[in-house]
Design a protein around this ligand. Structure first.
Ligand code: F6P
Length: 545
């Protein structure tokens, strides 16, 4: 097997497979010994006080994780033995921890360009600050109706064309923070997102728009992604067919890419080209110029506030002790549930409708990062790595797939995400919010406690049911419980809390990769499909010739 050349300067050089670590073996023994059910763990009042942690405006309640203090201590030892924080320091210093692509991983620099003496160095901060200023100024120019189309009319609609990290981050945050769009007196521009190359998805968006007042942000780190390039060509054709003179096309086109030489060769003007760097992974790029459509939607100040929220989580991550470190703790719960309790999936359940796309955003972040089967030194892994991430709004999930989580044959650890305050303008908003949180807490408790057959027998009898019915139905109406969950509390959905929440998961993914000994920042798995498409296309063209 052609072992991947391992970069000797990399902090992961002295790589030890995780299951060779003493803490891993201790955890394995603990997981194989009989562990109390959550309904018994939760009888310990101290647990409710102990198993909380806060940082960067976010609080996690992990009383319903299936861990004792002993297990938590061993998980923290595993993190230490894995050198998680040493590797985190290497990341922040801009070392080439992405060794298969020989790149640094510095999305943290995108939200830290204001920080004095940054570990990544002043030159990078200078470049980041320069591009951030360009993005913010352009966003405000668009919002103030100063971007003019080919008929010298103000642009009123901006369509983002991009996929994966060039779509999910800005799309999800635009939806999550849409209340800012409504509140903003200045906003005259609507932002739309098209990612799928299926013609219908572009058609249904454009059908509502006026070509003379529509601009396109073509987002692509490589500026070669076939889906996005096809969408861009179609958008140009739509403008030209509507009467846009070819020499004015550039007024409607904006490019965001790490390869501006490619976009400018395609007619995008330098003024309308915004760059970012190879050390920004697509799924970690919303903090860069990829956030331009979001900045147009919510405004430059709000966009910078989101960066500050992520920075606050970076500072928490790099300074909080292990037992209070939110990203590290969430990573460790994931390792315990995945590698020691055998859970193959993990559900994200926001109880706040603006976070409707948060699970999709995390799917790319977690599964494109940690869906790997090779250790950093080229050895095949024989432990489990990333779980399947799925989910959606919890309230809707209760009426769709929670049945499986309550009574099915899968162990599905849950992240419940709740807002302490909600600011919908509806007259009865407070009542809506009460019902939402009541359901979130009830589901977490029901999944943890379950209901034993004995409790069910009693409950059915108490309901006045005939005894033969009680006996008949009790097995079907009992619940095993013992489903682990973390409840993540966000005070209110603001740009700052959104930034902190996303960074929390980014660093959780980092910690899990460090523990599993895998690369989180390349994505070779997506290349074969692209290559196959090119081969099939070439064969078809050859056949036509
Ligand atoms: O899915 C593969 C991938 O490369 C993602 O990592 C990336 O976010 C997406 O495709 C889009 O890539 P680009 O921004 O280069 O168009």
């Amino acid at each position: 097997m052609d072992v991947i050349k391992f970069d000797e300067n990399n902090p992961m050089t002295t790589f030890v497979p995780p299951h060779h670590r003493q803490a891993w073996k201790t955890l394995q023994a603990l997981s194989r010994s009989s562990q109390p059910h959550l309904r018994d763990l939760l009888k310990d009042a101290r647990r409710v006080d102990q198993f909380h942690a806060s940082g960067a405006g976010i609080t996690i309640d992990f009383t319903r994780q299936r861990i004792s203090q002993e297990i938590l201590d061993q998980l923290l030892v595993l993190a230490n033995e894995s050198g998680v924080m040493t590797q985190a320091q290497a990341m922040f210093r801009g070392e080439a921890i992405n060794t298969t692509e020989r790149r640094a991983v510095l999305h943290v620099a995108l939200r830290g360009s204001h920080v004095p003496n940054p570990p990544w160095g002043a030159e990078i901060s200078k470049q980041v600050a320069h591009e951030l200023l360009r993005v913010c100024m352009f966003a405000e120019k668009v919002r103030e109706g100063q971007l003019l189309g080919y008929e010298a009319e103000a642009i009123t609609d901006v369509v983002n064309l991009g996929i994966g990290g060039s779509d999910l981050g800005p799309r999800m945050t635009t939806e999550a923070l849409s209340h800012l769009t409504r509140d903003s007196f200045k906003n005259k521009v609507r932002v739309h997102y098209v990612s799928n190359v299926d013609a219908w998805s572009l058609y249904t968006t454009l059908a509502k728009l006026s070509p003379a007042r529509t601009a396109f942000v073509v987002q692509s780190k490589t500026f070669t992604t076939q889906e996005t390039m096809t969408l861009a060509a179609s958008a140009k054709r739509w403008l030209l067919d509507a009467g846009c003179p070819p020499e004015k096309l550039h007024q409607h086109l904006i490019a965001v890419t790490a390869h501006p030489q490619i976009s400018q060769a395609q007619g995008f003007s330098p003024e309308h080209t915004f760059g970012f760097w190879d050390w920004v992974g697509g799924r970690y790029s919303v903090w860069s110029a990829i956030g331009l459509p979001l900045a147009i939607s919510i405004g430059a100040f709000a966009f910078q506030d989101m960066l500050l929220g992520a920075r606050a989580m970076d500072e928490h991550f790099m300074s909080a002790p292990g037992e209070q470190n939110l990203p590290l703790l969430m990573a460790l719960f994931g390792v315990w549930n995945r590698n020691f309790l055998g859970a193959s999936t993990h559900n994200i359940a926001p109880y706040a409708s603006p976070l409707g796309k948060f699970a999709s955003f995390l799917q790319q972040m977690e599964m494109e990062s940690n869906g790997k089967s090779m250790h950093v030194d080229g050895r095949a892994v024989d432990i489990d790595t990333a779980p399947v991430i799925w989910g959606g709004l919890g309230i809707d999930g209760q009426h769709a797939y929670f049945q499986l989580i309550h009574q099915g044959k899968h162990l599905v650890p849950m992240d419940f995400i709740g807002l302490r305050t909600e600011r919908s303008p509806l007259p009865l908003a407070a009542e809506h919010h009460r019902v939402v949180l009541l359901n979130m807490q009830a589901q977490a408790q029901a999944l943890a406690l379950g209901r034993t057959p004995e409790e069910t027998l009693q409950a059915l009898r108490d309901s006045g049911m005939e005894e033969d019915e009680v006996q008949r139905l009790a097995p079907h109406r009992s619940y095993p419980g013992n489903v682990p969950s973390t409840t993540i509390w966000v005070d209110a959905l603001t740009p700052r809390s959104m930034g902190a929440l996303m960074a929390l998961y980014e660093h959780k993914v980092f910690c899990q990769a460090a523990i599993w000994g895998i690369h989180a920042y390349d994505q070779w798995g997506v290349e074969l499909g692209k290559k196959m498409a090119q081969d099939i296309e070439a064969a078809e063209n050859a056949h036509k010739a």
